[in-house]
Design a protein around this ligand. Sequence first.
Ligand code: NAD
Ligand code: ZN
Length: 360
Amino acid sequence: MATDNLTAVLYGIEDLRLEQRPIPEIADDEVLLAMDSVGICGSDVHYLANGRIGDFVLTKPMVIGHEAAGVVAKLGKKVTSLKVGDRVAIEPGVPCRYCDHCKQGQYNLCAEIVFCATPPYDGNLTRYYKHAADFCFKLPDHVSMEEAALLEPLSVGVHACRRAGVGLGSKVLILGAGPIGLVTLLAAQAMGASEILITDLVQQRLDVAKELGATYTLLLQKDQTAEETVKVVHQTMSSAPDKAIDCCGAESSARLAIFATRSGGVVVVVGMGAPEVKLPLINALAREIDIRGVFRYCNDYSAALALVASGKVNVKRLVTHHFDITQTADAFETSRRGLGGAIKVMIHVQPRDTNNPIKF
Ligand code: NAD
Ligand code: ZN
């Protein structure tokens, strides 16, 4: 076992450093993981640029990274579900398991949840990381470590579609074709949507959405009114969508989601923008539109893994760039500037494919 534990630590705004940290000691119900692949998420970039997201404020150095997969290197005394050498996807939020939310099955709402790379908790862009064994998902041989890391954003898409009630024959409007919009598109397809229209302000993102199977794409212009856009959406789809899922966080987008949705439909808001936004609430209530929030995911990891393992969903196209952990600064620069059409930037803690029994 390597003794070096190179780790990417965010010290403050624009201050991301690589440093050596001790290899963690594990508790009886934890495993030590030799990390393999870690994707960069918009929130990682946001902490680097702003030092905070809403009420989560970076007040001490924090290890970055939470879209990750690793290999079990050591077992806690009580762990029977895994063995050394198992390749696992890591669900990054471990809840308290005792509060009402946890007991009632909404553990994503647990106030005590320890979530990787959300202050004050450390993430897992590091060579060795410890995690609760029951929040590690063992991978079949044909699922790669990169795909496993992508189960994190895919779980957000699965959760969003479940919250929306996407099912056979759903007509879905997705706003925003960033990584989250794209995984929501993949999940909606797998869950039986018959028509999906996805919007963005950037044509290149829509091209990827089309490649991934979107029925329609719509390039929005910044100066377009909601009325004009709703008209185009309704003319393009066979009828008004019954589900709209906002995946960009712009006020104009949440407003559009409400106006475009058919009466009796559902609007799900995944995008996190300004803390307060102006919405056409009376329009929504008079047409009985349910507006639902999404906070990460809850009991969605195994479904996300099943979608990838069965081949129903192909997440590989999302990864546009690869870097070694020693190139973390370049990886973040590529992600935040969207260089070279970057969608998902993957950081490899071990050389790519080291832990994939089948080469990809
Ligand atoms: P991203 O910034 O990479 O992608 C957003 C996309 O939306 C971009 O392609 C952008 O061009 C497009 N866009 C911007 N304004 C738009 C508009 N008015 N209409 C249509 N498209 C527009 O972000 P991402 O990583 O894909 O994440 C999307 C959002 O989801 C972010 O706000 C993020 O904070 C949020 N998020 C929420 C959760 C949750 O648990 N609720 C989890 C993950 C991400
Ligand atoms: Zn709890």
